[in-house]
Design a protein around this ligand. Structure first.
Ligand code: AKG
Ligand code: FE2
Length: 229
């Protein structure tokens, strides 16, 4: 009889993070509010994460509405909040609270990171899978968002890219695309951001890990409880 296959653990490439020069990233992050982390999920970790997310999808809920508290911007997406993720995919929840991850990320952004108090917001799943699906413009309650790419459209332009704006220079818009396995960190409470609508046949699946930071107040908005509860 075949041996049962032990679940492969999901491990970030923290050695890669440790090798990055933090002098450069701290000032870049302070100024630009964004830091790309290519290959944070190496191929075996991405594969294991896909399996975790596959199980989560059975529990995820379809959302189609305008978020009144964020200027009426659209939400057309399928989501799952932190409570269900913690009970269905404990590997994701333990990755979120990994001390080594928190200190490696904190070093790169120059902040002392803390777990989010709100268990709904800690780790959330966002899936864009129908034509035109979008996560409209908003800011997050917590200052730091670590967004991990599980699936991503291959279209070069105008499809599922992250767009963010500098609150001090609203005319300045940046767009970024990330292949599966990549991640980025965003100063998500200060830099308004959205995900461009996706094209027919494309899919974009991310996990967002939200963190607090020492000395930074958390803005309280009902948006997370509306989108993820
Ligand atoms: O999907 C993204 O790149 C952004 C996710 C996001 O803004 C959020 O979950 O608050
Ligand atoms: Fe966000």
């Amino acid at each position: 009889m075949a041996e049962p296959v032990a679940p492969r653990s999901v491990e970030f490439d923290l050695d890669r993070l440790a090798s990055i020069d933090a002098h450069a990233t701290v000032s870049l992050f302070e100024h630009a509010g964004y830091l790309p982390l290519p290959g944070l999920l190496p191929p075996p970790a991405l594969e294991a994460m896909r399996a975790e997310v596959g199980r989560l999808l059975d529990h995820a809920k379809r959302r189609d509405f305008d978020m009144t508290c964020m200027g009426g911007t659209p939400r057309h997406m399928t989501t799952l909040g932190g409570l269900e993720i913690a009970s269905t995919a404990p590997a994701v929840a333990s990755l979120y609270r990994d001390d080594a991850l928190l200190s490696a990320l904190g070093r790169l952004v120059g902040m002392e990171l803390r777990l989010a108090d709100d268990p709904v917001e800690r780790h959330v799943l966002n899936v864009l899978h129908r034509p035109g699906d979008t996560h409209g413009l908003h800011t997050d309650d917590y200052p730091i968002a670590l967004v991990l790419f599980i699936e991503s459209p291959r279209c070069e332009t105008g499809c599922g890219h992250l767009e963010f704006f500098d609150a001090c220079r609203p005319g300045e818009r940046a767009t970024k695309m990330h292949p599966p396995g990549d991640a980025y960190v965003l100063r998500a409470d200060r830099f308004p951001h959205r995900v461009q609508p996706i094209h027919d046949g494309c899919q974009r699946t991310v996990l967002n890990f939200a963190y607090g930071a020492a000395g930074v107040p958390v803005s309280a908005s009902p948006s997370a409880s509306i989108l993820y509860a």
